[in-house]
Design a protein around this ligand. Structure first.
Ligand SMILES: [Zn+2]
Length: 264
């Protein structure tokens, strides 16, 4: 499932189309990704308009078009965005294709847990507004983290990091990376974390979010070499710090990897 850095990478894939008009549009109106969306309004309003800008937040993206038009894309499990040549023919999983003169902007989702939303008004849509601060923002501070941990004090810290109304955009691999950096054992209950561990958690969350937003590319190979992610899926994965074999367990429903020496 795409996490904030992957979502940011996908968002940028449509950048070649910035400033250009949508000359035609095709979509699979009955597909689940359009649930609750007026696809006729989407089509009628977007054709003839220009792609102006886009933003990513947590696991969501918002594309703003001229004429007060907004397109929201949530990637679900398998959603992807890409650019194809102008004479592109959509496949069965290419649920939305915005045709420009020079290229096609494509949204694909094989498992259809993703979602495409449309909004036509001067102001950004209600479903985009959020009071959950982005991890890299100043509002995501120790006070916010402490209050959030206190609200979920009985839960394993790994599961708390996966809650989107606190750690927006964090998914499985980033949660493990954050806990490894902060030297916190993933199954520990949130209430057991000491002050300095909570401070380390905040620092690690900001560092991992910022660094991965800056460096993540098509795959994970651009992330810093000494991160846990390069080891976590390997059968013989080792801690990048001192080569201790990693441990694994299912926590909060997700496979979790950690170093038994760094994280106790
Ligand atoms: Zn270690």
């Amino acid at each position: 499932m795409p996490e904030l850095a992957e979502v940011e990478w996908y968002r940028k894939q449509w950048n070649p189309g910035l400033g250009d008009h949508i000359v035609d549009l095709s979509l699979h109106a009955r597909n689940r990704v359009f649930r609750g969306t007026n696809t006729r309004a989407l089509k009628e309003n977007l054709i003839g308009e220009k792609l102006l800008r886009s933003r990513a937040r947590g696991k969501q993206t918002l594309f703003n078009f001229s004429g007060d038009n907004w397109l929201g894309i949530h990637f679900g499990m398998t959603g992807k965005i890409r650019v194809e040549s102008a004479n592109f023919r959509p496949d069965k999983h290419d649920h939305l294709v915005l045709q420009q003169r020079e290229r096609a902007l494509v949204f694909t989702d094989s498992r259809q847990f993703g979602r495409v939303r449309f909004h036509h008004a001067a102001d950004e849509p209600d479903w985009w507004k959020s009071d959950v601060p982005e991890i890299i923002s100043r509002e995501f501070d120790q006070k916010f983290v402490d209050q959030f941990l206190d609200r979920h004090r009985k839960a394993p810290i790994k599961a708390v990091l996966l809650l989107q109304n606190g750690f927006s955009g964090i998914g499985n691999w980033m949660a493990d990376e954050v806990l490894w950096r902060a030297k916190i054992l993933p199954p520990r209950r949130a209430e057991k974390l000491r002050h300095r561990e909570r401070a380390a958690l905040l620092r690690a969350a900001k560092f991992v979010a910022k660094k991965s937003l800056e460096t993540l590319g098509r795959d994970y190979s651009d992330l810093p070499r000494l991160w846990l992610i390069h080891q976590r899926w390997k059968r013989s994965g080792i801690c990048p710090r001192h080569r201790t074999p990693l441990r694994r367990a299912t926590i909060g429903g997700r496979t979790t990897a950690w170093c038994p020496r760094c994280q106790r």
